[in-house]
Design a protein around this ligand. Structure first.
Ligand code: GLN
Length: 480
């Protein structure tokens, strides 16, 4: 491995300076992908197409023409992001052979910036899960310890970046699916403000919570990647018109004089001792470097998980109604009538966790229960959101652990879905409030397992998260 240890930012410079060609990079990625195939991070790979595109980009560059900010850089997309002509499976048997009929806006923006999509990453089926064990194509292994989960649902996206199969990936986050795997694998991942990145062409799980975000090995790389994919999109009416700032302009300003809020509800006795001590050290570091740590309260945050499972399942049940065996995806072979066709196709096509969410979602939306569950959850969501806004008025951002423990063992929580849901206890409230949050490595436990800290920001203030994260990363260096 010659070049894959470099960060995205570094490799862009090397490509520009002619030290390496895009063809060489793509070849190295595929060597590495083959070497580390047992991680099962990828659902589809595009070696021939990627090499052809790399060759074309090298030639364009050779002629002195513009190749874009990411000109010739190999990237990976989560397998729920459409990219024309490639398979988009959502790691579901239902879409095993589904070919993207068009390209998602986020993928198009990467493409237009010159990136080369080399593969689609494995994930939990339809992005439902926290361990990547819900994939129809088998679990992904944590690249740091192969007996452990990489986290989910963007487990393949985190794994492929950590395992150095590529320079960056995209994931999606509805309740923690970028941040939790980033934390478990030791990479940097951001869930941008709701509306910051277009969802057009990304297969919907819970439309009011879903966001796309980049996973990278450094904070600076992440800021660069977000600046490329962010922005308004006429194809997504929930995408925001708010201008995209330059995320790199303030990134080196340090933390002196900043206020970092510490929500007491996120520092419970449920934290494992290694997570607790890593967070304590990080907070101490911020204090020593001139930030003021202010205590803040999020009194209703313990209701967020319940609110999340009502709202996200309700939306999932509606979104997944389109998978009926008629329009696309698998169709059951022997059926009696159209109802039987729906029933059999859905029974055969969906995995267990997806069925559980659909049943839960239809239940909370059904007449008689709608008020008691769905409407109530939407009301509590407003309270949680308001609490975040009030807490964030007192400071520039919040700090918390991303997860209560480092990565757990494969199979450990597979039969206990409540324990699995509890993994997201610190990440879910952020989606409920719609604010941005980033996870970055902040140490390892006694076994060398990565520990992540979460920085939570004001709406559309991703720049602050990058600034605060970058200061820590530069001083600790292990984040790369
Ligand atoms: N783990 C959570 C769930 O299973 C979050 C998933 C996500 O963010 N896509 O719903």
């Amino acid at each position: 491995m010659k070049y894959l240890d470099y960060s995205l930012t570094e490799i862009i410079e090397k490509l520009k300076g002619g030290e390496v060609t895009s063809v060489e990079l793509v070849k190295e990625c595929f060597e590495r992908i083959k070497e580390t195939a047992d991680l099962n991070a990828l659902n589809s790979t595009y070696e021939k197409e990627a090499l052809a595109r790399a060759k074309a980009i090298d030639e364009t560059r050779g002629r002195g023409e513009d190749v874009g900010v990411l000109g010739g850089v190999p990237v990976v997309l989560k397998d729920n992001i459409n990219y024309l002509g490639t398979r988009t499976t959502c790691a579901s048997k239902f879409l095993e052979n589904f070919i993207s009929p068009y390209t998602a806006t986020c993928a198009q923006k990467l493409h237009d910036a010159g990136a080369i999509v080399i593969a689609k990453a494995n994930m939990d089926e339809f992005a439902m899960g926290s361990s990547n064990e819900n994939s129809a194509f088998g679990p992904v292994k944590n690249p740091v310890d192969n007996t452990r989960v990489p986290g989910g649902s963007s487990g393949g996206s985190a794994c492929t970046v950590k395992a150095r199969q590529c320079f960056m990936s995209l994931g999606t986050d509805t309740g923690g699916s970028i941040r939790e795997p980033s934390s478990f694998c030791g990479v940097v991942g951001i869930k941008p403000t709701y509306g910051r990145v277009s969802r057009y062409g990304v297969v919907a799980f819970a439309s009011s919570l879903d966001q796309v975000g980049p996973l990278t090995r450094t904070v600076r790389d992440n800021a660069l990647a977000l600046s490329i994919i962010a922005g308004a999109d006429p194809m997504d009416m929930t995408s925001s018109q708010t201008e995209v700032p330059n995320y790199l302009s303030d990134i080196d300003k340090g933390v002196k004089g900043l206020k970092i809020g510490m929500p007491s509800q996120f520092f419970t006795d449920k934290l494992s001792p290694s997570v607790r001590s890593s967070l304590d050290k990080a907070i101490e570091w911020y204090r020593e470097n001139g930030a003021e740590i202010v205590p803040v309260e999020l009194p209703s945050v313990d209701t967020a998980l319940a609110v999340y499972y009502v709202i996200s399942s309700a939306e999932a049940a509606s979104n997944l109604a389109r998978f009926d065996g008629v329009k696309y995806g698998v169709r059951a072979e022997n059926y009696e009538d159209v109802v039987d066709l729906y029933f059999k196709s859905r029974t055969q096509g969906f995995g267990k966790e997806v069925k559980r969410r659909i049943m839960l979602g239809n239940y909370v939306l059904s007449s008689g229960y709608y008020d008691a569950f769905y409407r109530k959850a939407k009301r509590v969501q407003k309270v949680i959101r308001q609490e975040f806004l009030s807490a964030l008025e007192k400071c520039d951002c919040l700090i918390s652990p991303t997860t209560a423990t480092p990565a757990f063992k494969l199979g450990e929580k597979a039969n206990d879905h409540v324990a699995m849901y509890l993994t997201d206890i610190f990440t879910v409230p952020v989606n409920i409030a719609g604010v941005p949050a980033l996870s970055l490595p902040c140490g390892v436990d006694e076994e060398g397992l990565p520990i992540g800290m979460q920085l939570i920001g004001k709406h559309f203030d991703e720049a602050m998260l990058y600034r605060v994260a970058n200061a820590f990363e530069l001083a600790h260096k292990e984040g790369k």
